[in-house]
Design a protein around this ligand. Structure first.
Ligand code: SAM
Length: 210
């Protein structure tokens, strides 16, 4: 099947992307909603969680992506593979993540991945970056104690900006990692590695409720 064609970037502050997201009901999207959940923010074509579901089938996986055609395509693929533990949601995470995940019961969200998230390198576009202080707070609030957050990018100054947003949250402890601890690489990670470019990574563990 040909891959759906999409704009390379969309402006998250444009009116269309300011529309709010409905809270997700995990009872209706996953066959076994009580399983631990991994949330992948900026899931693009969604292949990371699709392959994670093969590697670690006892988890549920939720991909969140702003480009709607990619979400529809990824849900079609997951359905075609009869996966009842993989789901994708259209959402502008920089504005509406809190609304999207607010009904997920406490203790379920055990891992969050944010991988190569930002196309917005220029200073004048900094407000369009997905990882902002509000998103970090939402993620840490919902994360279970003991849960992990994994962040990686090939853009050094964006890595530092993102890592710092997590480092200031006293509920988190940074864990030193030299390599990607997950058994699956995203499409962007593979592309960056093929070019032999460096990747900046950080892992955080939630140790207290605050
Ligand atoms: C460079 S791609 C990386 C995709 C994938 N994580 C990977 O590593 O291959 C960044 C993705 O984040 C998505 N994204 C950017 N801003 C977003 C936002 N505010 N909310 C949800 N997704 C967003 C983009 O549409 C794009 O699919």
């Amino acid at each position: 099947m040909p891959r759906v064609r999409v704009h390379q970037h969309v402006n998250p502050l444009a009116p269309y992307y300011r529309q709010s997201s409905e809270p997700i009901d995990i009872e209706s999207v996953f066959a076994e909603p009580d399983r631990p959940l991994l949330l992948d923010l900026g899931s693009a074509r969604g292949r990371f969680i699709l392959r994670m579901a093969e590697a670690e089938p006892k988890w549920n996986y939720l991909g969140v992506e702003i480009r709607r055609p990619l979400v529809d395509e990824a849900n079609r693929i997951a359905l075609g593979e009869n996966l009842t533990n993989v789901h994708y949601e259209f959402c502008n995470a920089m504005l509406w993540l809190e609304q999207l995940i607010k009904h997920i019961p406490d203790g379920i969200l055990q891992a969050v991945t944010i991988q190569f998230p930002d196309p917005w390198f220029k200073k004048k576009h900094a407000k369009r970056r997905m990882v902002n202080a509000e998103l970090v707070q939402t993620v840490v609030d919902k994360l279970a104690i003991g849960g992990r957050i994994f962040v990686q990018t090939d853009i050094e100054f964006l890595a530092e900006e993102m890592f710092e947003l997590f480092r200031v949250d006293k509920r988190l402890k940074e864990i030193a990692i030299a390599t990607n601890p997950f058994p699956v690489k995203t499409e962007r990670e593979k592309a960056v590695e093929d070019k032999e470019l460096p990747v900046y990574r950080a892992m955080f563990n939630k140790r207290s409720q605050g």
